[in-house]
Design a binder for this molecule. Structure first.
Ligand code: HEM
Length: 398
């Protein structure tokens, strides 16, 4: 009998996949990897190891003995002016998460529903006068900025600022060459954000309003201001672009399968539609982890210290769980997708996104424009590896 150690394989390396393939057609890349090398080092991602099977991505997020989030080498720390809760483990992570969580639990977020309805109505009123529109700029961008300003407690911030800050934070977090010019841009955004948080904290201490900033600032023993600031930034960098992209992908899914529209009005129909949109195109395709302790998975040795990526977008297409995964289909048997992650770092914003999308924005949009359709001869381009969504969505409104 051969010694089991002899059967151990090193992590294979993929040299065929290019960044362009990951940005353009990641679904095809993931399908191939799931079949051939589900754990693989991708040269295109500077040698990072990716995990593409749902069972494995789930393990990366939940097996805290072997995988952690604390990473001293990530450019994210430099770009955000400190470590956010997303890159902490154990008690420090729990402490910071529990400072923010009360603002995002189901009961608390219901207070925002009338304001979300109002905001959506105002945007739809503006569309009434038109026969065509690009829903990217005319709907998803202002809605995403508008609801997050309320939920975050940044009511004085202009929409373009929120998007600019989010983009610069993301650029800085992905600045793996530590290019000083890119950090100069994120530093500038940090200075603006910090000043804005300080002004808003002073207001929220006088008039608390249940927003994330208000709840963190008014805790009995609040976190240090540096931690409040970095965790506000993770909500900006991790929610503004993603909400926009998730909304657009879902509307695109529905418009390209109009037969499914009539089922949306059935009980829980909009919820199913919202979940399918989240599964179909995950706005954040992958999340990193660091290996805390060497282990063997699928006969491959995963060494301590390695940076690994859980590709949740691939998990959402895993044939072991999903039939015809590339098809947008709101009739699927309810099953958990991995778009919001899972385990200790599961997204805190899932409920508030669902409240906006499934309970307000999608039903209101399709009620107001029952004949909504994709513009003729339009090609919807869905782009991006780290962050993914339609780059425009031209529609006919009547
Ligand atoms: C469709 C929109 C969104 C998507 C796709 C999304 C996705 C994610 C994912 C995948 C993670 C886990 C990352 C990991 O495992 O390392 C995460 C974490 C997080 N998200 Fe979201 N998110 C969305 C909206 C929001 C919103 C609206 C908020 C807040 C208002 C938010 C706040 C957070 C926070 C604070 C974390 C870190 C949690 C922790 O580390 O304990 N997200 N998000």
């Amino acid at each position: 009998m051969s010694d089991p150690v002899e059967l151990l394989r090193e992590i294979p390396t993929d040299t065929q996949t290019t960044m362009e393939m990951l940005e353009k057609n990641p679904e095809d890349v993931y399908a191939k990897l799931r079949k051939t090398t589900p754990i693989v080092r991708l040269q295109a991602l500077a040698g990072k190891v990716v995990f593409t099977k749902a069972e494995d991505t789930s393990r990366l997020k939940t097996d805290v003995e072997h995988f952690g989030s604390f990473d001293t080498e990530t450019p994210m720390q430099r770009a955000f002016g400190g470590h956010t809760l997303m890159r902490k483990d154990g008690c420090p992570h729990l402490r910071e998460r529990s400072a923010m969580e009360p603002a995002l639990v189901f009961g608390q977020i219901q207070q925002w529903k009338p304001a979300f309805e109002n905001l959506t109505d105002q945007l739809l009123n503006k569309l009434e006068a038109r026969s065509t529109a690009d829903l990217f700029h005319a709907f998803a961008v202002p809605l995403s900025a508008g609801y997050l300003k309320l939920v975050l407690g940044l009511d004085e911030v202009a929409e373009n600022h929120l998007f600019e800050w989010a983009s610069l934070l993301v650029r800085g977090a992905m600045n793996s060459n530590f290019d000083p010019a890119i950090f100069a841009l994120s530093d500038h955004a940090n200075t603006e954000m910090d000043a804005c948080f300080d002004r808003m904290i002073a207001q929220k201490m006088i008039s608390p309003d249940g927003s994330i900033l208000s709840i963190m600032a008014n805790e009995n023993t609040p976190l240090a201001i540096s931690q409040i600031r970095t965790n506000m930034k993770i909500c900006i960098g991790g929610a503004v672009l993603e909400t926009r992209d998730a909304l657009l992908s879902t509307i695109y899914g529905l418009l390209s399968h109009p037969d499914q529209l009539r089922h949306c009005v059935s009980p829980n129909g909009w919820r199913s539609c919202c979940e399918e949109g989240l599964r179909w195109i995950a706005p954040i395709q992958a999340s990193p982890r660091v290996v805390k302790k060497s282990l063997i998975m699928r006969g491959v040795l995963i060494p301590e210290g390695e940076t690994v990526m859980a590709v949740q977008a691939s998990a959402n297409y895993d044939e072991d769980l999903w039939e015809n995964p590339g098809t947008f289909d709101i009739h699927r048997t309810p099953r958990r997708h991995q778009t919001f992650g899972e385990g200790a770092h599961q997204c805190l914003g899932g409920s508030v996104y669902r409240l906006l999308a499934a309970d307000v924005a999608l039903p209101k949009l399709f009620e107001r424009f029952p004949a909504l359709s994709l513009a003729q001869d339009t090609h919807v381009s869905v782009r991006g590896f780290a962050f993914r969504g339609p780059t425009s969505l031209h529609v006919e409104l009547v």
